[in-house]
Design a protein around this ligand. Sequence first.
Ligand SMILES: [Zn+2]
Length: 353
Amino acid sequence: MNNKQEMTYPLGTRPGDGEALEVCDGVLWVRMPIPFKGLDYINLYLIEDDDGWTMVDSGYNSEEIKTLWVQIFDKYLKGKPVTRLICTHFHPDHMGLAGWVCEYWSIQLTMTFGEWTFGRMLYLESGGEVPDHLIEFNKKVGFTENMLNMVRKGGFSFFKNAVHNLPPSFIRIEDGQEISISGNSWRVIVGKGHSQEHACLYCEDKGVLISGDQVLPRITPHIGVYVSEPSANPLEKFLNSIDKLSSLPEETLVLPAHNDVFIGLHNQLIYYREHHAERLLRLKNACGSPKTAFDLLPILFERELSENNQRLAVAEGLAHCHYLVGTGELERITGADGVWRFQIAQNVKTAVA
Ligand SMILES: [Zn+2]
């Protein structure tokens, strides 16, 4: 594990708005803005096929991005149509314009079952008043009354606004499936932890991995526990997914969804392991007495967090706590106030025959 490979960014440049840059033969890189602070751009890719293009991810739902796409369609597709849209996962910066792209080109959306159903569920569920179960979950997590009011005020339409008419049907892809594009085979590698059933695409012939949000340079993918699965253990799933990607060659050119195209996959996977191990250790040391996920924020994050970032950070803190509950090192107790607290497990787990 000591022979760390340097992270390199071989292109040394990025495509501008409304432009595409050839990453390798037949693969174009496009960048689109995201209307959030901190996550300013998403990378999207176009793979040339014999009679069209396969597009990977669609961008956030906005009029500006639709206009940029039309510019790119006109300028870079050599007169050929987009014949397939694969979305790596349901997050709105990836899936937001899926419905619009599918309508524009009269095609069906291609995704894993877990991602399409989860995105479709959120799309149908969202809208109207904030439901009671979300408030109850946030109370358990330890939100202050002030933050609960913010949640109520924020409404429940975020996902519906962030995506354009999410397609009611799809084409399923699965882990290990090979997709043929212009004679090259692209293997679907499903990763978990960041989202339900995230699809990465690996082309051995080209030595290229389109990694979505599963592997990102410079930052770690967000791994959080949310209301739909309050006892989830996504960090365990994420670390298992890393094992899968470690078998790809070290020199693989990685095309991530944020930041720059890079070489250094193994380096980044080792960094993720070290990063999470260090945070888990900090948590264990802090849980000598019971702590809420909120109490643990300064243990996990050195910087000041905005209120919105606090919510993401609490989700991330819960993911780390649940990992340690999974290993039996911490236990989650519910206080008389209904709030979850984590502490060093009092009863050592014994094997049950
Ligand atoms: Zn994501």
